[in-house]
Design a binder for this molecule. Structure first.
Ligand code: SAH
Length: 216
């Protein structure tokens, strides 16, 4: 069973809660209203799927809090057919939100089991995206430049490689800071060698790490 009446009702409430928390982008709210988040969750947390909280998935990682997904997605200002690169596929929920909004999504995950599972989940919902198993620090040069890059893991520094894979006029959204707390940062590429930075509140993410993990 993919979706049901009860889950749809809970999503409507979640969307109301996100509006109250200041999310106003109608397309982002519509995507959150549409994508069944419970399908991305560990069965042990099914009852929590529409609570505005992050939850554990496998490999010690988390599915981001809906509010966090809404903030990052709003900052990206996704338009239909935009090419978006995501670093940190995790459950695939954020990727599904972007696909639902009409983006062409390329997503990279360093845990092989999450990379495999997210593909199954998205295809079971009829969403298609390009999945890669690897270390997102190097981006995906051959598919760029991108209209948007979303990093869903915490980093102290934005890899130059990623900044350069952004189109001029493109937007990169990243939680920047140490492991305890990060500042949501929007980077606009304003020219060949110029990027503008702005801050958008504090968040906590799992860290962006080097290398890949090919096991459980
Ligand atoms: N976007 C996810 C949230 C995932 S949490 C979702 O919607 O569920 C962050 C994810 O980033 C974790 O799965 C983690 O393994 C992954 N990650 C961390 N460092 C990475 C890197 N260097 N390259 C690719 N993925 C990375």
């Amino acid at each position: 069973m993919i979706d049901n009446f009860e889950a749809r009702g809970k999503r409507k409430k979640l969307v109301e809660e996100l509006k109250q928390k200041g999310i106003s982008d109608e397309e982002v709210l519509r995507a959150i209203d549409t994508v069944p988040r419970h399908i991305f969750m560990d069965p042990a947390f099914l009852n929590h799927a529409y609570i505005d909280k992050a939850f554990p998935i496998s490999s010690g990682q988390t599915i981001s809090q809906p509010y966090t997904v809404a903030v990052q997605t709003s900052l990206l200002k996704v338009k239909k057919r935009d090419k978006i690169l995501e670093i940190g596929t995790g459950s695939g929920y954020q990727a599904a939100i972007l696909v639902e909004m009409g983006a062409k999504v390329y997503t990279i995950e360093r845990f092989r089991d999450l990379f495999l599972k997210a593909q199954t989940t998205l295809s079971s919902l009829g969403y298609s995206a390009d999945f890669f198993y690897g270390d997102g620090h190097t981006g995906k040069l051959q598919y760029g430049p991108f209209d948007g890059i979303i990093i869903t893991a915490a980093t102290k520094e934005i890899p130059d490689t990623l900044l350069k894979q952004l189109k001029i006029g493109g937007r990169l959204v990243v939680p920047l800071g140490d492991n305890d707390l990060q500042v949501m940062t929007l980077v606009l590429r304003t020219g060949e060698d110029t990027w503008d930075y702005s801050s958008h509140g504090s968040f906590v993410f799992v860290p962006m790490l080097k290398g890949t993990v090919n096991g459980k």
